[in-house]
Design a protein around this ligand. Sequence first.
Ligand SMILES: Cc1cc2nc3c(=O)[nH]c(=O)nc-3n(C[C@H](O)[C@H](O)[C@H](O)COP(=O)(O)O)c2cc1C
Length: 202
Amino acid sequence: MVEDRQQLAIIVASTRQGRFGGVVAQWFLSQARQRDDMDLDLIDLAEVGLPAVLGQASPAVQAYIERIDRADAFVVVTPEYNHGYPASLKQAIDLPHGQWRAKPVGFVSYGGMAGGLRAVEQLRQVFPELQAMTVRDTVSFHMADARFDEAGEPREPIGCNAAAHQMLDQLAWWSAALRAARRAESARHRMGELALVEETVS
Ligand SMILES: Cc1cc2nc3c(=O)[nH]c(=O)nc-3n(C[C@H](O)[C@H](O)[C@H](O)COP(=O)(O)O)c2cc1C
């Protein structure tokens, strides 16, 4: 058991009725659970109850932002809709701000022929604006519903399981490195504030 565990939030982007995303998310969760260096928080956007209007404060919004704040790293499980990512995900990205900063993001995508990769490429343009960095490796399922059986298990698990662990390894590395950097920065700020207080009272 690793003592200084990373906090990984898995964000399920699809809120569509009858969605397939739950199957993909549950499979990924089962892979992530095999690690002993991460605590997991499944943030299912179909359940968190974010408002359609940006700027509307509510306990649900506050609780969601706190979950993003607590995370050290993220995996976004996203489908592709009309060559992009779902509106529900954009809303969830835009609500928090500083809480994404200096944290890594990985992707599990799914869809038709392109396996959701066009959605992922768009997200790679969005996250840097929040100073979050995206990791190179992704997991992608093209024709996703045919790739899982009735029990929600991948029909050919070897490749996708290996891809999931490779991405999780990358995330863990960046997550530890960036958390150390964030903590060092906070310590420097505290030292600076302390020096200012000492200067003021002396
Ligand atoms: C509105 C809509 C648009 C879609 N557009 C695309 C697309 O551009 N490319 C693609 O590969 N699949 C597309 N699909 C197929 C979805 O990626 C696929 O149905 C996926 O399962 C949707 O995720 P969900 O079921 O979790 O909502 C689209 C599906 C919907 C509902």
